[in-house]
Design a protein around this ligand. Structure first.
Ligand code: PLP
Length: 462
């Protein structure tokens, strides 16, 4: 049988897609009761994947079966109500189902002509984002893999803009001999910002790191003097404490000086869509570019980041690609706003999630994360733990009365598998990070998880 014949037969086999859907439904149903982290027994079954490059073809049904029997039990239930690791977020049913359909579409969203549907959704979602985040109407959006890439694109646009204002054409003249730019950010800036700074060739030793308060917020009165050679990077949502830099104050200073402000709002930017939390992002529209994820607080599938930029010309001139075969003649060509040319149709994930929740649902879901985080902080403090951060958004930091106990408690919690939290350090001390960002988390999940902390604490004190 030729490859064509085999693939044609598999493509026509409706039972294949039914099976995938059935496995997925089994997984989703079981995920509410299953251990958050795979059992030791499940982990052993990963050996089933160890093989050399397969010489012969494998039927699609067999591939699916292996994935479900040995793969599904080895997932971490990120969409579970008791997963509080990193800042990972859940997934909405509408986005799962829409993504399946869109996977069958197999669209490349580089250009309008490659996918009218995806191109139209990008135009629509760009407008929705302007409204949800109350950003200027000139704001354009690029749909990228995640906030790391979004911030990289934002800083590329910032660099382009700064050089242009100095009369320097970076695309033509290159970095060697370019005027000096200054990068200013908080001492608590996220690792992805430092990575973008390194990749852009600014050099980490040249960054002007501004001191922070005890919540990890940049101290606006410690900002160095600014001018139009400066790129200032703030964060909306500290990855540990969830605190927000003083956006309004810093933007006022930067705007006056002609400096560019980029906001890393990977998960926290969504506070702007919640009136009761919007004080955290006050002044947001005064910045120049913003990065945010769909796959964290908004609960889209992964691989869904967004760069938004007030200055279309800056981002397009920095990321523009051309070719004889590229007729970039439509009002909006998606590839001009990202580093990629070919891109998967992640816009479907984002569009379907926003459409499924609506602005009111987004507001309710995100505010609920905040309430659950407050509940967690209250119950864990009552259980005798220390919470060194003000729970302003969805993050809770937990510490025992000494570092060794904190480490042991976390290990025991992870071994129990009732909930999952990760480790971090906060002002040099080991801490446990709790991030509430899946729609599935109920008040009972919080209490059950606090019980797991208590059990761990009692065990190590025996
Ligand atoms: C504040 C902040 N910025 C950037 C990132 C990186 O985002 P991504 O993983 O989508 O690249 C994270 C991830 O947690 C984050 O919390």
């Amino acid at each position: 049988m030729t490859v064509y014949d085999r693939l044609k037969a598999e493509q026509a086999d409706a039972s294949l897609y039914d099976k995938a859907s059935q496995y997925a439904q089994d997984f989703l149903e079981q995920s509410f009761d299953r251990n958050i982290y795979p059992s030791e027994e499940a982990l052993k079954a990963l050996e089933l994947f160890d093989e050399d490059v397969p010489e012969r073809p494998t039927p699609a049904h067999e591939i699916l079966k292996l994935l479900h029997t040995a793969g599904s039990p080895n997932t971490v239930i990120l969409n579970g109500g008791r997963y509080f690791g990193f800042v990972n977020g859940g997934i909405t049913p509408a986005s799962i189902a829409s993504k399946w359909l869109a996977d069958a579409w197999d669209q490349n969203t580089a250009m309008d002509v490659m996918s009218p549907i995806c191109s139209r959704l990008e135009i629509i979602v760009e407008k929705w984002l302007q409204k949800l985040f109350h950003l200027p109407k000139t704001t354009v959006a690029g749909f990228v893999t995640g906030t790391s890439m979004a911030s990289y694109c934002g800083l590329i646009a910032a660099r382009q803009h700064a050089y242009k204002s100095l009369g320097y054409d970076l695309n033509k003249q290159g970095m060697a001999g370019a005027p000096e730019l200054r990068v200013i950010t908080s001492a608590h800036t996220h690792g992805s910002i430092n990575k973008a700074i390194s990749m852009l060739g600014f050099g980490l030793d040249n960054v002007e790191y501004v001191p922070c308060d005890d919540q990890g917020r940049l101290l606006a009165d410690q900002l160095p003097p600014l001018d139009n050679t400066c790129i200032v990077i703030l964060q909306a949502g500290n990855v540990n404490s969830g605190s927000f830099d003083p956006i309004d104050d810093v933007c006022d200073k930067a705007n006056k000086a002609g400096a560019w402000v980029h906001i890393d709002g990977a998960f926290g930017l969504w506070a702007e869509a919640v009136p009761a939390l919007a004080h955290l992002t006050r002044g947001l529209a005064k910045a120049d570019s913003w990065s945010v994820d769909g796959h964290k607080t908004l609960n889209t599938p992964y691989d869904c980041g967004i760069i938004m930029c007030k200055h279309k010309a800056a981002i397009i001139s920095a990321l523009h690609a051309s070719g004889d075969y590229l007729m970039l003649d439509q009002p909006r060509e998606g590839m001009l706003y990202t580093t990629d040319m070919s891109r998967r149709n992640r816009i479907v994930d984002l569009w379907s999630t926003i459409k499924s929740l609506g602005a009111s649902g987004i507001e309710e879901m995100i505010y609920t994360f905040h309430l659950r985080a407050k509940q967690f902080a209250k119950e864990i403090k009552e259980a005798g733990f220390i919470v060194p951060n003000d729970v302003v958004f969805n993050q809770v930091i937990v510490h025992c009365d000494n570092d060794e106990k904190t480490r042991k408690v976390l290990q025991d919690i992870q071994d129990q598998r009732i909930c999952w939290c990760g480790a971090s350090t906060w002002f040099g001390k080991p801490v446990i990070r709790v991030s509430v960002c899946a729609w599935t988390t109920t008040p009972e999940d919080i209490s059950k998880s606090v019980m797991s902390f208590k059990r761990a604490f009692e065990k190590i004190n025996q």
